[in-house]
Design a protein around this ligand. Structure first.
Ligand SMILES: [Zn+2]
Length: 498
């Protein structure tokens, strides 16, 4: 295998700058140009067992170097995946029956699908082994060798499609110019190829582990164009109308190039043509299922996004719940502490209530005692008043008795005075008696007798008076004595003598 050292871009610019160990960068068109790569003549496979794009490239090289499935697996796998996507895009711009060519058709699956859809389809491959494989696998016409070598009528194709091919071409301008000559005036190219995001540096790609790094295989991918690059490339060919379509892989670009303004067909118009043939119906069924699958994939992606969003939300909520759990636990412990405090306060209250009741009962008792004492005091007061009044009465009686005693004393003095007078009278009478006795002696016996009688009588009277005095004395004394005992009774002295 011979590699060619390159120093020229497809656009003709030779002033290329270093981009990476294996690529130059063209500042004129924004293309990355491989420093090495195959020559155009190497695309003509002479030895399928040794040439680069020979048998081994399809059976082992891609698997060993890139981890791709081998061509047999891809012949099965590509049909429902890539081929349906490509066909949907082709039929948006070209409807059967048209003549279409796929450059680099590999196993020929897409050629077959275009044929089933109603197109007059053929493929082209470089390796005779692959051409045979494709013919046997899908029973479609497959051209062998570079397109420039084919015997094809000019302007015979409605569309030429190239999927993962253009970047492999050593001289893309020459090859695509030839292809353009094979397209009708309204014919189109449909191209899938790596998309170099112009401006991104190699070190940035390495740092970001950019998927595009996998496309920088310098032996195979000779030109890695940017969108600006392909626009310029196809404009140079006379295909100034470019429509970029949804790419299958994010490192790719997928576009339709036309000399004329592009007009899309509707799904109904596409179905109308597909349902005209039995195999077209099969393709329609596959497209329907593919649409459903794509919708489901979108839904799945959306669901995944929603799931991730909800997972994030769930994690946030879980955090909040955990936080709230902690708060609740804290509050619970506060509540428990408060309950304990309340119970303590309640028991203190109960105790205080009990003390209060006890104090109240003591107060009631004290009040009752007070009332009793008051009653006793009242009674004592009443007794004192009574005693006082009795004392006053007794005093009054004593005064009365004293006055009576004074009276009696006065009476006694008077009586004594009378007695003294009587005694005096008696002495006088005795003196008169003595005189009279002398006179009796001197005078008569009778008269003496008479005097004697008179004396007797006076003595009797004296006796009566004496009796009267004695009686009087006795009477006053008794009264006084009685009064004394009464007084003694009042003041609470013993009255046993009474
Ligand atoms: Zn260039």
């Amino acid at each position: 295998m011979t590699q060619t050292l390159r120093n020229i871009c497809w656009c003709g610019n030779t002033e290329l700058t270093e981009f990476s160990p294996d690529y130059w960068a063209c500042s004129k068109c924004g293309t990355l140009v491989s420093k090495t790569g195959l020559r155009s003549e190497q695309l003509r496979i002479q030895d399928d067992n040794h040439d680069f794009y020979g048998k081994e490239y399809w059976l082992s090289y891609q698997t060993e170097h890139y981890g791709f499935p081998d061509i047999r697996q891809r012949a099965r796998q590509d049909l429902p995946e890539r081929c349906l996507h490509w066909l949907r895009t082709l039929m948006a711009y070209k409807l059967p029956p048209g003549k279409v060519l796929e450059l680099g058709c590999a196993h020929g699956g897409f050629v077959a699908m275009m044929g089933w859809a109603g197109f007059d389809a053929m493929g082209l491959e470089l390796s005779p082994w692959v051409v045979e494989f494709a013919q046997q696998t899908f029973n479609m016409p497959i051209l062998s060798g570079p397109i420039e070598d084919q015997q094809l009528e000019p302007e015979c194709f409605d569309a030429i499609v190239l999927y993962d091919v253009l970047e492999h071409l050593p001289d893309p301008v020459a090859t695509m110019s030839h292809g353009a000559s094979l397209l009708k005036e309204d014919g189109i190219f449909i191209v899938q190829m790596p998309n170099y995001e112009e401006g991104k540096t190699y070190s940035e790609m390495v740092a970001q582990k950019d998927h595009f790094l996998d496309q920088m295989k310098s032996i195979e991918h000779i030109h890695l164009l940017s969108r600006r690059g392909v626009s310029q490339f196809f404009k140079n060919l006379g295909f100034e109308f470019l429509q970029f379509e949804q790419e299958l892989f994010d490192y790719d670009m997928f576009f339709v190039a036309s000399r004329q303004p592009l007009v899309r067909y509707t799904d109904e118009q596409i179905s109308y043509y597909l349902l005209k043939s039995p195999s077209g119906r099969m393709v329609q069924a596959l497209l329907d299922k593919s649409s459903e699958f794509n919708q489901l994939q979108v839904q799945y992606k959306n669901t995944q996004i929603e799931y991730q969003t909800s997972e994030t939300r769930r994690a946030e909520l879980l955090k909040i719940i955990e936080q709230q759990d902690q708060e609740i636990a804290s509050l619970q412990s506060q509540v428990n502490a408060t309950v304990t405090d309340l119970q303590q306060t309640k028991s203190q209250l109960t105790e205080a209530h009990s003390d209060l009741q006890h104090t109240q009962s003591q107060l009631t008792q004290a009040h009752s005692d007070l009332q009793h004492t008051q009653l006793q005091l009242n009674q004592s007061n009443s007794e004192v008043q009574d005693t006082q009044s009795q004392l006053v009465h007794a005093y009054s009686e004593i005064q009365h008795t004293q006055s009576q005693l004074t009276q009696v004393h006065s009476d006694l003095q008077h009586t004594q005075s009378q007695l003294t007078q009587i005694h005096s009278h008696l002495q006088h009478s005795q003196s008169q008696l003595a005189q009279s006795q002398e006179k009796i002696h001197n005078f008569q016996q009778n008269q003496l007798q008479q005097l004697q009688n008179q004396l007797n009588e006076t003595e009797t009277q004296l006796k009566v008076i004496n009796v009267e005095i004695a009686a009087m004395k006795t009477s006053k004394f008794w009264k006084l004595r009685s009064l004394w005992f009464k007084f003694k009774g009042f003041v609470g002295l013993s009255t046993d003598n009474e």
